[in-house]
Ligand binder design. Sequence first.
Ligand code: C2E
Ligand code: CA
Ligand code: CA
Length: 470
Amino acid sequence: MRFDRGETNRALERGEFFPYFQPLIELRTGKLLGFEVLARWQYSTDEMIAPDVFIPLAEREGWIGALTQQILQRAFTVALALPSALQLSVNVSPIQLRDQSLAKQIEAVAKAAGFSLNRVTVEITESALADNLEQARQIAEELKSLGCKLALDDFGTGYSSLRHLQYLPFDEIKVDSSFVSSMAQKRESRKIVAAVVGLGQSLGLATVAEGIETAEQAEMLMWLGCGIGQGWLFGKPVPAESLAAVIGTTRNGVATGVAFPWKNLSIGSMEGLPAQKLAQLQAVYDGAPVGLGFLDRDLRYVNLNRQLAEMGGGAVEEHLGRTVQEVVPHLFPIFEPYLRRALQGEPITGIEVTGQAIEGKGATSALASYQPAFDEAGEVVGVSVAVLDFTARKQAEEKLQQYERVVEGLEEMIVVVDRDYRYVLANRAFLDNRATTKEKLLDSWTGKFLRRWSKGSWTNASRAESSNTK
Ligand code: C2E
Ligand code: CA
Ligand code: CA
């Protein structure tokens, strides 16, 4: 399509440029947060021209300022009638960031429409920032002081983005749709999105994912910690007339259950920053009465608690970054087959391991579980290890067995009760006297009588009670 200057001038004069509105959705709840304003040229009654065609023209020919004014004026006026909690995101062109009066212009339009700039986020594309960062910063600061929020648009497609994040007062990062559209298929895209979202969280910025078309993408993004979504899944850009219907639509939060393995872990801490999440996890790790650890694909310790380190006979620091084979070479042959199976994706629980853990410490007995850890796409990224050391209990059991052999044939009735008043041993004489069997008796509770007696509480009160219950 080619348009001459006369045609575009006339279009501006006649006011043929209109804002369309695309919903911005809180992923977790499905709540409508606001809209991004996207320009359209109503070329004829049934022909709408996309911004990719006329924005470059407007930039080249110098009427982008006038165009922006027309779009914003209309968008603000429309939005005035919307619930006041709804926000508007608007786009400015890279070259407008060379215009010292940009903030003043936006302020004037908002004032004339009576629309608060506290409800406005100005989206700036990365490429815009490359040529004159200092000037862009001045304009950005000015917009912020007017109450606008700032978003870095198309993040990841430009260059030197981290510098921009450091240099300019952004509130929001928009993850480019090119990463989102391929994230379900391409591991690289997924990792990039995860890293961008993590970066946003670390810097305290909101992250908005653009171009979400499928429920699967939405779910992945949500579990990666991305707060806000935009895309055809939630709604295409619509003209002002259709806004009432969009606002009236009830939405649910992103449906869960499609893909994600670490749901239960992340759901409670969705609001948390990564560092806080990590601290929470560390507390869970350290407080556990079992040895816990996480091994990467090469079976290196990524993390472990003190309990597990002690079972391996060392400090936590001596394990980190080293392989299981290096740290416990004598135990590795026992663990290895299970670890390999877990790396293949098989969850392995309740393996009883006995071995000579530490020189001179005698035999140890432990119950181990190996749980494969999957990433968002179902790839095994490592193995979570849980080990319950029951050496002491095992030893007690063995002693009890020896004792049992000694007392079994005695005439006297011998019975052993644990601290919870459960029978753990009874000899033949006792069983015969009670006309019962080991199967029935062991693990059952002792009667009231024995309990009271063993507490030494032959008080009047209890004697009275026991005679009552007779
Ligand atoms: P953008 O700012 O990255 O806007 C997002 C674009 O993605 C929009 O294209 C939107 O319609 C499209 N989109 C949204 N959801 C989906 C989806 O699920 N799938 C796919 N395939 N696309 C989706 P649109 O409206 O054609 O705008 C294109 C670009 O034109 C915008 O990209 C923005 O850079 C520019 N633009 C639009 N309006 C304005 C404006 O008023 N001023 C300026 N300076 N630029 C504008
Ligand atoms: Ca945008
Ligand atoms: Ca964008």
